[in-house]
Write a protein that binds this ligand. Structure first.
Ligand SMILES: Nc1nc2c(c(=O)[nH]1)N[C@H]1C(S)=C(S)[C@@H](COP(=O)(O)OP(=O)(O)OC[C@H]3O[C@@H](n4cnc5c(N)ncnc54)[C@H](O)[C@@H]3O)O[C@H]1N2
Ligand code: MOO
Length: 391
Protein backbone atom coordinates (compact mmCIF):
# COMPACT_ATOMS: atom_id res chain seq x y z
CA UNK A 1 0.00 0.00 0.00
CA UNK A 2 1.40 3.42 -0.95
CA UNK A 3 1.88 6.31 1.45
CA UNK A 4 -0.08 9.57 1.59
CA UNK A 5 2.90 11.54 0.26
CA UNK A 6 3.50 9.10 -2.61
CA UNK A 7 -0.20 9.14 -3.58
CA UNK A 8 -0.18 12.95 -3.55
CA UNK A 9 2.97 13.00 -5.69
CA UNK A 10 1.34 10.66 -8.25
CA UNK A 11 -1.80 12.80 -8.40
CA UNK A 12 0.17 16.04 -8.74
CA UNK A 13 2.21 14.58 -11.61
CA UNK A 14 -1.07 14.29 -13.57
CA UNK A 15 -2.04 17.94 -13.04
CA UNK A 16 -2.37 20.16 -16.10
CA UNK A 17 -4.33 23.26 -17.06
CA UNK A 18 -7.96 22.81 -18.20
CA UNK A 19 -7.33 25.57 -20.75
CA UNK A 20 -8.19 29.26 -20.55
CA UNK A 21 -11.30 31.34 -21.18
CA UNK A 22 -12.37 35.00 -21.33
CA UNK A 23 -14.76 36.04 -18.55
CA UNK A 24 -16.43 39.30 -17.58
CA UNK A 25 -14.85 41.09 -14.63
CA UNK A 26 -18.00 40.51 -12.54
CA UNK A 27 -17.59 36.77 -12.98
CA UNK A 28 -13.88 36.74 -12.22
CA UNK A 29 -13.92 36.56 -8.40
CA UNK A 30 -11.62 33.78 -7.09
CA UNK A 31 -10.50 32.87 -10.63
CA UNK A 32 -6.84 32.52 -11.63
CA UNK A 33 -5.47 34.99 -14.15
CA UNK A 34 -4.08 33.52 -17.35
CA UNK A 35 -2.63 36.84 -18.59
CA UNK A 36 -0.27 39.46 -17.20
CA UNK A 37 -2.05 42.72 -16.41
CA UNK A 38 -0.23 45.99 -17.11
CA UNK A 39 -1.21 49.56 -16.20
CA UNK A 40 -2.93 51.10 -19.25
CA UNK A 41 -1.98 54.62 -18.05
CA UNK A 42 -0.34 56.35 -15.10
CA UNK A 43 -2.26 56.19 -11.79
CA UNK A 44 -3.36 58.69 -10.78
CA UNK A 45 -3.69 59.66 -14.46
CA UNK A 46 -3.36 63.38 -13.54
CA UNK A 47 -2.38 65.43 -10.49
CA UNK A 48 -5.53 64.77 -8.47
CA UNK A 49 -6.94 67.11 -5.85
CA UNK A 50 -7.28 65.13 -2.61
CA UNK A 51 -9.32 67.82 -0.80
CA UNK A 52 -12.03 70.33 -1.67
CA UNK A 53 -10.36 73.75 -1.56
CA UNK A 54 -8.29 76.04 -3.76
CA UNK A 55 -5.29 75.20 -5.95
CA UNK A 56 -2.48 77.76 -6.13
CA UNK A 57 1.23 77.96 -6.97
CA UNK A 58 3.65 77.55 -4.04
CA UNK A 59 5.66 80.56 -5.27
CA UNK A 60 2.73 82.85 -4.42
CA UNK A 61 2.71 81.53 -0.86
CA UNK A 62 6.47 82.02 -0.61
CA UNK A 63 5.93 85.62 -1.71
CA UNK A 64 3.55 85.97 1.27
CA UNK A 65 0.33 86.37 -0.77
CA UNK A 66 -2.61 85.34 1.46
CA UNK A 67 -5.61 86.51 -0.59
CA UNK A 68 -6.36 84.99 -4.01
CA UNK A 69 -8.78 85.84 -6.80
CA UNK A 70 -10.76 82.79 -7.97
CA UNK A 71 -9.89 82.53 -11.68
CA UNK A 72 -11.85 79.34 -12.44
CA UNK A 73 -13.87 76.65 -10.64
CA UNK A 74 -12.90 73.07 -11.48
CA UNK A 75 -15.17 70.13 -10.71
CA UNK A 76 -14.06 66.46 -10.84
CA UNK A 77 -14.03 65.41 -14.50
CA UNK A 78 -13.70 69.00 -15.76
CA UNK A 79 -11.04 70.30 -18.15
CA UNK A 80 -9.42 73.60 -17.15
CA UNK A 81 -8.93 76.40 -19.68
CA UNK A 82 -7.16 79.05 -17.67
CA UNK A 83 -3.49 79.40 -16.65
CA UNK A 84 -3.01 81.00 -13.23
CA UNK A 85 -1.45 84.46 -12.94
CA UNK A 86 0.24 85.47 -9.69
CA UNK A 87 -2.41 86.11 -6.99
CA UNK A 88 -4.98 83.83 -8.66
CA UNK A 89 -6.33 80.44 -7.61
CA UNK A 90 -8.63 77.72 -8.85
CA UNK A 91 -11.54 76.69 -6.68
CA UNK A 92 -11.21 72.92 -6.92
CA UNK A 93 -13.12 69.81 -5.87
CA UNK A 94 -11.77 66.48 -4.62
CA UNK A 95 -10.98 64.20 -7.57
CA UNK A 96 -10.51 67.07 -10.06
CA UNK A 97 -7.36 67.40 -12.17
CA UNK A 98 -5.06 70.10 -10.79
CA UNK A 99 -3.78 72.13 -13.79
CA UNK A 100 -0.04 72.56 -14.46
CA UNK A 101 0.06 76.12 -13.14
CA UNK A 102 -0.86 75.01 -9.59
CA UNK A 103 1.07 72.71 -7.27
CA UNK A 104 -0.61 72.91 -3.88
CA UNK A 105 -4.20 72.57 -2.65
CA UNK A 106 -5.37 74.40 0.47
CA UNK A 107 -8.50 72.86 2.00
CA UNK A 108 -11.74 74.82 2.44
CA UNK A 109 -11.50 74.63 6.25
CA UNK A 110 -8.41 76.90 6.11
CA UNK A 111 -10.00 79.50 3.80
CA UNK A 112 -12.39 82.40 4.17
CA UNK A 113 -14.32 82.99 0.91
CA UNK A 114 -15.46 86.60 0.31
CA UNK A 115 -16.63 88.23 -2.95
CA UNK A 116 -14.74 85.98 -5.36
CA UNK A 117 -11.56 85.90 -3.27
CA UNK A 118 -10.09 83.26 -1.01
CA UNK A 119 -8.29 84.41 2.14
CA UNK A 120 -5.91 81.86 3.63
CA UNK A 121 -5.56 81.06 7.28
CA UNK A 122 -2.66 78.59 7.37
CA UNK A 123 0.51 78.20 9.43
CA UNK A 124 2.53 75.97 7.16
CA UNK A 125 2.38 74.42 3.72
CA UNK A 126 4.47 72.36 1.38
CA UNK A 127 4.60 71.72 -2.34
CA UNK A 128 2.07 69.13 -3.62
CA UNK A 129 0.20 69.22 -0.29
CA UNK A 130 -3.27 67.64 -0.79
CA UNK A 131 -2.35 66.55 -4.33
CA UNK A 132 -1.97 62.88 -5.38
CA UNK A 133 0.74 63.17 -8.02
CA UNK A 134 0.31 61.71 -11.52
CA UNK A 135 1.90 58.24 -11.66
CA UNK A 136 2.66 58.02 -7.94
CA UNK A 137 0.70 54.76 -7.56
CA UNK A 138 1.39 53.06 -10.90
CA UNK A 139 3.36 53.96 -14.00
CA UNK A 140 1.94 53.30 -17.49
CA UNK A 141 2.94 49.79 -18.76
CA UNK A 142 4.00 48.65 -15.30
CA UNK A 143 3.20 44.99 -14.50
CA UNK A 144 0.34 45.15 -12.00
CA UNK A 145 -0.81 41.52 -11.67
CA UNK A 146 1.16 38.58 -13.05
CA UNK A 147 -0.67 35.58 -14.47
CA UNK A 148 -1.40 32.94 -11.79
CA UNK A 149 -2.69 35.68 -9.45
CA UNK A 150 -5.93 34.69 -7.78
CA UNK A 151 -8.54 37.42 -8.11
CA UNK A 152 -9.92 38.56 -4.76
CA UNK A 153 -12.41 41.34 -4.05
CA UNK A 154 -9.75 44.08 -3.87
CA UNK A 155 -8.30 42.95 -7.20
CA UNK A 156 -11.74 43.23 -8.85
CA UNK A 157 -11.71 46.91 -7.89
CA UNK A 158 -8.14 47.32 -9.12
CA UNK A 159 -8.89 45.63 -12.47
CA UNK A 160 -11.97 47.80 -12.99
CA UNK A 161 -9.84 50.90 -12.26
CA UNK A 162 -7.45 49.67 -14.98
CA UNK A 163 -10.37 49.50 -17.42
CA UNK A 164 -10.21 45.69 -17.72
CA UNK A 165 -13.79 44.54 -18.29
CA UNK A 166 -12.94 41.07 -19.56
CA UNK A 167 -10.12 38.85 -18.36
CA UNK A 168 -8.35 35.73 -19.55
CA UNK A 169 -8.54 33.19 -16.72
CA UNK A 170 -7.83 29.51 -16.17
CA UNK A 171 -10.86 27.39 -17.11
CA UNK A 172 -12.45 25.53 -14.22
CA UNK A 173 -12.77 21.77 -14.71
CA UNK A 174 -16.03 20.09 -15.62
CA UNK A 175 -16.72 17.76 -12.73
CA UNK A 176 -19.18 14.86 -12.45
CA UNK A 177 -20.15 13.54 -9.02
CA UNK A 178 -21.64 10.05 -8.72
CA UNK A 179 -22.54 8.58 -5.35
CA UNK A 180 -23.45 4.90 -5.05
CA UNK A 181 -25.20 2.55 -2.65
CA UNK A 182 -28.58 0.81 -2.40
CA UNK A 183 -29.00 1.91 1.22
CA UNK A 184 -28.64 5.59 0.31
CA UNK A 185 -31.79 7.61 -0.50
CA UNK A 186 -32.17 11.25 -1.65
CA UNK A 187 -32.18 13.94 1.01
CA UNK A 188 -35.86 14.76 0.35
CA UNK A 189 -36.96 11.14 0.84
CA UNK A 190 -37.73 9.62 4.24
CA UNK A 191 -35.25 6.83 4.90
CA UNK A 192 -36.56 3.44 6.04
CA UNK A 193 -35.16 1.79 9.19
CA UNK A 194 -32.15 0.42 7.30
CA UNK A 195 -31.62 3.24 4.84
CA UNK A 196 -29.72 6.54 5.20
CA UNK A 197 -30.02 9.89 3.44
CA UNK A 198 -27.40 10.81 0.87
CA UNK A 199 -25.11 13.20 2.70
CA UNK A 200 -21.99 12.78 0.59
CA UNK A 201 -23.59 14.04 -2.63
CA UNK A 202 -24.30 17.38 -0.94
CA UNK A 203 -21.00 17.43 0.94
CA UNK A 204 -19.12 16.99 -2.35
CA UNK A 205 -21.21 19.62 -4.13
CA UNK A 206 -20.44 22.08 -1.31
CA UNK A 207 -16.72 21.26 -1.37
CA UNK A 208 -16.69 21.91 -5.13
CA UNK A 209 -18.76 25.07 -4.76
CA UNK A 210 -16.02 26.43 -2.48
CA UNK A 211 -13.68 26.10 -5.46
CA UNK A 212 -16.18 27.90 -7.71
CA UNK A 213 -17.22 24.66 -9.42
CA UNK A 214 -20.80 23.60 -10.11
CA UNK A 215 -20.71 19.95 -11.12
CA UNK A 216 -22.09 19.22 -14.60
CA UNK A 217 -23.62 16.07 -13.17
CA UNK A 218 -24.43 15.10 -9.57
CA UNK A 219 -26.32 11.83 -9.35
CA UNK A 220 -26.87 8.84 -7.16
CA UNK A 221 -26.60 5.30 -8.55
CA UNK A 222 -27.82 1.96 -7.25
CA UNK A 223 -25.19 -0.76 -6.67
CA UNK A 224 -25.88 -2.38 -10.04
CA UNK A 225 -23.11 -2.97 -12.50
CA UNK A 226 -25.08 -1.97 -15.59
CA UNK A 227 -26.34 1.25 -14.04
CA UNK A 228 -22.85 2.19 -12.81
CA UNK A 229 -21.25 1.27 -16.16
CA UNK A 230 -23.72 3.36 -18.19
CA UNK A 231 -23.49 6.36 -15.84
CA UNK A 232 -19.70 6.22 -15.84
CA UNK A 233 -19.49 6.10 -19.65
CA UNK A 234 -21.70 9.17 -19.73
CA UNK A 235 -19.71 10.97 -17.01
CA UNK A 236 -16.50 10.52 -18.97
CA UNK A 237 -17.24 13.74 -20.83
CA UNK A 238 -16.13 15.57 -17.65
CA UNK A 239 -12.53 16.46 -16.80
CA UNK A 240 -12.83 15.00 -13.31
CA UNK A 241 -15.15 12.25 -12.13
CA UNK A 242 -15.69 11.86 -8.40
CA UNK A 243 -17.26 8.59 -7.39
CA UNK A 244 -18.27 7.82 -3.86
CA UNK A 245 -18.85 4.50 -2.07
CA UNK A 246 -18.39 0.96 -3.25
CA UNK A 247 -14.58 0.99 -3.34
CA UNK A 248 -13.68 -1.31 -0.43
CA UNK A 249 -13.98 -5.07 -0.16
CA UNK A 250 -17.74 -5.76 0.02
CA UNK A 251 -19.70 -7.96 -2.36
CA UNK A 252 -21.41 -4.87 -3.84
CA UNK A 253 -18.19 -2.84 -4.18
CA UNK A 254 -18.01 -2.89 -7.99
CA UNK A 255 -16.41 0.47 -8.69
CA UNK A 256 -12.72 -0.54 -9.16
CA UNK A 257 -13.71 -3.48 -11.38
CA UNK A 258 -15.98 -1.38 -13.65
CA UNK A 259 -13.44 1.44 -13.93
CA UNK A 260 -10.74 -0.95 -15.08
CA UNK A 261 -13.19 -2.61 -17.47
CA UNK A 262 -13.86 0.82 -19.03
CA UNK A 263 -10.15 1.27 -19.68
CA UNK A 264 -9.50 3.66 -16.81
CA UNK A 265 -5.86 3.18 -15.85
CA UNK A 266 -5.33 2.64 -12.16
CA UNK A 267 -2.88 4.99 -10.45
CA UNK A 268 -3.44 3.43 -7.03
CA UNK A 269 -6.04 1.61 -4.95
CA UNK A 270 -5.71 2.01 -1.17
CA UNK A 271 -3.46 4.49 0.54
CA UNK A 272 -1.93 4.14 4.02
CA UNK A 273 -4.20 6.77 5.57
CA UNK A 274 -7.04 6.83 8.10
CA UNK A 275 -9.73 7.59 7.28
CA UNK A 276 -9.93 7.06 3.55
CA UNK A 277 -7.77 3.98 3.07
CA UNK A 278 -9.89 2.35 0.30
CA UNK A 279 -9.58 5.33 -2.11
CA UNK A 280 -9.13 4.38 -5.78
CA UNK A 281 -7.62 6.77 -8.29
CA UNK A 282 -7.05 6.47 -12.01
CA UNK A 283 -7.09 8.30 -15.34
CA UNK A 284 -8.41 7.91 -18.85
CA UNK A 285 -6.73 10.13 -21.44
CA UNK A 286 -6.96 13.62 -19.90
CA UNK A 287 -9.58 12.70 -17.33
CA UNK A 288 -8.96 11.99 -13.67
CA UNK A 289 -11.17 9.62 -11.76
CA UNK A 290 -11.28 9.67 -7.96
CA UNK A 291 -13.34 6.98 -6.25
CA UNK A 292 -13.69 8.10 -2.65
CA UNK A 293 -14.77 5.87 0.23
CA UNK A 294 -18.39 6.08 1.36
CA UNK A 295 -18.00 6.96 5.02
CA UNK A 296 -18.76 10.69 5.39
CA UNK A 297 -15.53 11.66 7.15
CA UNK A 298 -13.48 9.53 4.70
CA UNK A 299 -15.23 11.27 1.81
CA UNK A 300 -14.44 14.73 3.26
CA UNK A 301 -10.81 13.92 4.08
CA UNK A 302 -9.98 12.29 0.75
CA UNK A 303 -11.49 15.23 -1.12
CA UNK A 304 -9.46 17.73 0.93
CA UNK A 305 -6.15 15.84 0.76
CA UNK A 306 -6.29 14.58 -2.84
CA UNK A 307 -9.05 16.05 -5.04
CA UNK A 308 -8.65 19.67 -3.92
CA UNK A 309 -4.82 19.73 -4.20
CA UNK A 310 -5.14 18.19 -7.68
CA UNK A 311 -7.57 20.90 -8.80
CA UNK A 312 -5.37 23.61 -7.23
CA UNK A 313 -2.32 22.30 -9.12
CA UNK A 314 -4.22 22.21 -12.42
CA UNK A 315 -5.29 25.82 -11.91
CA UNK A 316 -1.80 26.92 -10.86
CA UNK A 317 -2.84 27.75 -7.30
CA UNK A 318 0.10 27.34 -4.97
CA UNK A 319 -1.77 26.65 -1.79
CA UNK A 320 0.49 25.92 1.13
CA UNK A 321 -0.97 24.07 4.07
CA UNK A 322 -1.14 26.06 7.25
CA UNK A 323 0.31 25.04 10.60
CA UNK A 324 -0.75 25.80 14.19
CA UNK A 325 0.08 24.32 17.60
CA UNK A 326 -2.13 21.52 18.92
CA UNK A 327 -3.88 22.30 22.23
CA UNK A 328 -3.86 18.65 23.33
CA UNK A 329 -1.77 15.50 23.07
CA UNK A 330 -2.98 13.12 20.39
CA UNK A 331 -1.95 9.47 20.55
CA UNK A 332 -1.47 7.80 17.18
CA UNK A 333 -4.00 5.00 16.75
CA UNK A 334 -2.43 3.20 13.78
CA UNK A 335 0.78 3.11 11.77
CA UNK A 336 -1.00 5.11 9.04
CA UNK A 337 -1.09 8.85 8.33
CA UNK A 338 -4.15 9.93 10.28
CA UNK A 339 -6.48 12.90 9.77
CA UNK A 340 -8.69 14.25 12.52
CA UNK A 341 -11.24 17.06 12.92
CA UNK A 342 -10.19 20.11 14.93
CA UNK A 343 -11.46 23.55 15.88
CA UNK A 344 -9.05 26.24 14.70
CA UNK A 345 -9.16 29.22 17.09
CA UNK A 346 -6.56 31.01 14.88
CA UNK A 347 -4.09 30.48 17.74
CA UNK A 348 -4.31 26.72 18.23
CA UNK A 349 -6.10 23.57 17.08
CA UNK A 350 -8.53 22.23 19.65
CA UNK A 351 -9.76 18.69 20.21
CA UNK A 352 -13.12 17.57 18.81
CA UNK A 353 -14.71 14.16 19.37
CA UNK A 354 -15.60 11.90 16.44
CA UNK A 355 -16.77 8.28 16.60
CA UNK A 356 -14.91 7.01 13.56
CA UNK A 357 -15.33 7.88 9.89
CA UNK A 358 -19.06 7.02 9.81
CA UNK A 359 -19.89 9.74 12.38
CA UNK A 360 -22.08 12.20 10.50
CA UNK A 361 -21.17 14.98 12.96
CA UNK A 362 -17.71 15.17 11.30
CA UNK A 363 -16.62 16.58 14.63
CA UNK A 364 -19.62 18.95 14.49
CA UNK A 365 -17.71 22.16 15.25
CA UNK A 366 -14.85 21.22 12.97
CA UNK A 367 -13.51 24.07 10.86
CA UNK A 368 -10.34 22.23 9.91
CA UNK A 369 -8.88 18.77 9.38
CA UNK A 370 -5.44 18.19 10.89
CA UNK A 371 -2.72 15.72 9.88
CA UNK A 372 -1.02 13.22 12.18
CA UNK A 373 1.96 11.91 10.16
CA UNK A 374 2.55 8.15 10.33
CA UNK A 375 6.13 8.46 11.58
CA UNK A 376 5.11 10.42 14.70
CA UNK A 377 3.68 8.10 17.37
CA UNK A 378 2.17 10.82 19.57
CA UNK A 379 1.56 14.45 18.61
CA UNK A 380 2.48 16.31 21.79
CA UNK A 381 0.49 19.27 23.08
CA UNK A 382 2.02 22.40 21.53
CA UNK A 383 3.36 20.51 18.49
CA UNK A 384 3.02 22.43 15.22
CA UNK A 385 0.51 20.56 13.08
CA UNK A 386 -0.47 20.92 9.41
CA UNK A 387 -4.16 21.40 8.74
CA UNK A 388 -6.64 22.13 5.97
CA UNK A 389 -9.39 24.64 6.50
CA UNK A 390 -13.03 23.62 6.07
CA UNK A 391 -14.44 27.16 5.93
N1 LIG B 1 -13.42 -5.96 4.65
C1 LIG B 1 -13.21 -4.66 4.59
N2 LIG B 1 -14.22 -3.85 4.81
C2 LIG B 1 -14.04 -2.53 4.78
C3 LIG B 1 -12.75 -2.01 4.53
C4 LIG B 1 -11.70 -2.90 4.27
O1 LIG B 1 -10.55 -2.49 4.02
N3 LIG B 1 -11.98 -4.22 4.30
N4 LIG B 1 -12.57 -0.65 4.55
C5 LIG B 1 -13.49 0.08 5.40
C6 LIG B 1 -13.30 1.49 5.20
S1 LIG B 1 -11.89 2.14 5.87
C7 LIG B 1 -14.20 2.29 4.59
S2 LIG B 1 -13.96 3.98 4.53
C8 LIG B 1 -15.39 1.76 3.99
C9 LIG B 1 -15.45 2.32 2.58
O2 LIG B 1 -16.34 1.58 1.89
P1 LIG B 1 -16.90 1.93 0.48
O3 LIG B 1 -16.20 3.06 -0.12
O4 LIG B 1 -16.98 0.69 -0.28
O5 LIG B 1 -18.28 2.53 0.84
P2 LIG B 1 -19.60 1.80 1.17
O6 LIG B 1 -19.33 0.43 1.70
O7 LIG B 1 -20.50 1.96 0.05
O8 LIG B 1 -20.06 2.71 2.39
C10 LIG B 1 -19.37 2.86 3.59
C11 LIG B 1 -20.28 3.59 4.59
O9 LIG B 1 -20.61 4.86 4.09
C12 LIG B 1 -22.01 5.05 3.92
N5 LIG B 1 -22.29 5.81 2.70
C13 LIG B 1 -22.03 5.41 1.45
N6 LIG B 1 -22.44 6.36 0.57
C14 LIG B 1 -22.94 7.37 1.30
C15 LIG B 1 -23.52 8.62 0.96
N7 LIG B 1 -23.64 9.01 -0.32
N8 LIG B 1 -23.92 9.42 1.96
C16 LIG B 1 -23.81 9.02 3.25
N9 LIG B 1 -23.25 7.86 3.63
C17 LIG B 1 -22.84 7.02 2.68
C18 LIG B 1 -22.53 3.63 3.79
O10 LIG B 1 -23.88 3.51 4.13
C19 LIG B 1 -21.61 2.87 4.74
O11 LIG B 1 -22.05 2.98 6.06
O12 LIG B 1 -15.37 0.37 3.95
C20 LIG B 1 -14.94 -0.28 5.16
N10 LIG B 1 -15.08 -1.67 5.00
O1 MOO C 1 -10.67 4.50 6.76
MO1 MOO C 1 -12.40 4.30 6.40
O2 MOO C 1 -11.99 5.59 5.42
O3 MOO C 1 -12.20 4.90 8.05
O4 MOO C 1 -13.85 4.50 7.22
Amino acid sequence: MISYQKALEIIQSKAKSFGTEEVHLDDALDRILAEDIFANRDFPPFNRAAMDGIAIHIQDLEKGISSYHIAETIYAGDDSFKKLESGECYKIMTGAAVPESANIVIRNEDILFENGTAKLNIDSSKIYQNIAKKGQDLKKSELVLPQESQINTAKIGLLAALGKHTLKVQKLPQVAVLTTGNEVVPVHQTASATQINNSNLHLLKALLRKLGINPIKAEHLADEKDIIRTALKDALSADIIILNGGVSAGDADFIPEILEELGVKKLFHKVAIRPGKPIWCGYLNDKMIFALPGNPFSCLVTFKIFVEPFIFSCLGIHNHDEQLPLSFTRKGKTSLDEFFPVFNTQKELQYLPINGSGDIRLGLQANAVAWHPAEITDLEKGASVFFKSLQ
